[in-house]
Design a binder for this molecule. Sequence first.
Ligand SMILES: NC(=O)c1ccc[n+]([C@@H]2O[C@H](COP(=O)([O-])OP(=O)(O)OC[C@H]3O[C@@H](n4cnc5c(N)ncnc54)[C@H](O)[C@@H]3O)[C@@H](O)[C@H]2O)c1
Length: 107
Amino acid sequence: MKTLVTGGAGFIASHVCDRLLALGHHVAIVDNLVTGKRENLPEEAAFHETDICDQDLYDVFRAEQPEVVVLESIANPYYQICHAVANPGKGRDLIGEVISSAEKSGN
Ligand SMILES: NC(=O)c1ccc[n+]([C@@H]2O[C@H](COP(=O)([O-])OP(=O)(O)OC[C@H]3O[C@@H](n4cnc5c(N)ncnc54)[C@H](O)[C@@H]3O)[C@@H](O)[C@H]2O)c1
């Protein structure tokens, strides 16, 4: 099954990716590397370095055509608070952004 994992370069989600790959899934990862590490990325996974709020996410959905989306690791409260402070008035509904990109791409 084609699976898209957000935050897959992070500690928890990289283990989720390893498990999905071991089960035979095709795994694509979206991560902006704000706290994630390249060395956490499994070699077998496709990696898209982008923020889930970027327009690029729509292109990722178009390219990968995932059947399942694992919304993992994106609720980092520290990062979100820092972003909110740095970008006043631009609140982020991260899960909403992912769903919106999926809908726009017809997934
Ligand atoms: N690690 C733990 O023991 C633990 C325990 C309890 C709760 N948590 C919570 O679980 C979540 C994940 O923990 P973790 O240790 O895997 O964190 P992590 O920082 O290692 O992983 C988060 C990943 O999400 C990516 N990311 C963050 N915002 C993004 C965005 N907007 N677009 C794309 N990628 C983005 C980061 O680059 C990183 O790779 C956090 O919310 C954490 O507070 C972790």
